[in-house]
Design a binder for this molecule. Structure first.
Ligand SMILES: Nc1ncnc2c1ncn2[C@@H]1O[C@H](COP(=O)(O)OP(=O)(O)OP(=O)(O)O)[C@@H](O)[C@H]1O
Length: 235
């Protein structure tokens, strides 16, 4: 039986500036399951990043709840959210945010030094197929390679969940596919629950389920009966 990892109920986020009110999320009810790979689709401004940031503990909703297993994240203090992020969540963003003066290995080691039960930087970089680039600096690597270092950094602490906001947004199709292959491998081999925001609808076929956002609401949830490998994605 599938075990829920996240449950949101009536999740709502309202931004106000002056008289203007933006409902970034407008009553989102969804359950994400352990080990699942989900792709989040939707037009610009539909609430995808807001949703990911709230379940990742980077942001808090205006109303509604989020449970992570039996824990209610929306009842957490700032300090508890910080611990939650540190212990349970890996983030990958469109831009890689690597430290330019450190090698790939050192960028990953920064995280493994403070994690509870980390894998070694060698193992994490091996997972993303960069075993031969460990001593390279970010400026010596392609965008796709830098993104894979960022993924190695995110997974080295063995998080239960990996949240990716447009991880291929800055990449061409060839390097983007290598990044997606790294994410699929991590999901398969480590069982890391993975959510990937993308504007690229072609990517949706690699997911177990596809969640479509429109105007701060979930418009559709689709289960892929058959999935394709990232190498089969055409964009
Ligand atoms: N800090 C903020 N202050 C005010 N409005 C915000 C803020 N963050 C997001 N919004 C608004 O909330 C809505 C949802 O934004 P969000 O970034 O979640 O959408 P998105 O689907 O991720 O878009 P994109 O695909 O362009 O990244 C948008 O209308 C956005 O302008």
């Amino acid at each position: 039986m599938d075990k829920a990892i996240f449950r949101t109920r009536e999740l709502t986020k309202i931004y106000r500036s002056g008289d203007v009110e933006v409902r970034a999320l407008n009553g989102v009810d969804i359950t994400l399951y352990e080990g699942e790979m989900t792709v989040l689709l939707g037009p610009s401004g539909s609430g995808k990043s807001t949703f990911l940031n709230i379940v990742g503990g980077l942001d808090t909703p205006t109303s509604g709840s989020v449970h992570f297993g039996d824990e209610e994240l929306t009842a957490y203090s700032e300090r508890q959210l910080t611990r939650y992020r540190r212990d349970h969540v890996g983030f990958v963003f469109q831009f890689y945010n690597l430290i330019p003066s450190l090698t790939a290995w050192e960028n990953v080691a920064l995280v493994t030094e403070v994690a509870r039960d980390p894998m070694s930087p060698d193992e994490a970089l091996g997972m993303v197929d960069l075993g031969d680039r460990m001593t390279h600096f970010p400026a010596q690597m392609s965008g796709g390679e830098q993104q894979r270092v960022a993924i190695a950094r995110a997974i080295a602490k063995r998080p239960e969940v990996l949240l990716c906001d447009e991880p291929t947004g800055a990449l061409d199709s060839k390097t983007g596919i290598l990044v997606l292959e790294a994410l699929a491998k991590i999901n398969d081999e480590l069982g890391t629950t993975t959510a990937v925001i993308t504007h690229n609808a072609a990517i949706q076929a690699i997911a177990h389920r596809v969640v479509s956002f429109i105007d701060g609401k979930i418009a559709q949830i689709k289960t892929n009966e058959t999935r394709i490998r990232p190498s089969e994605v055409v964009w």
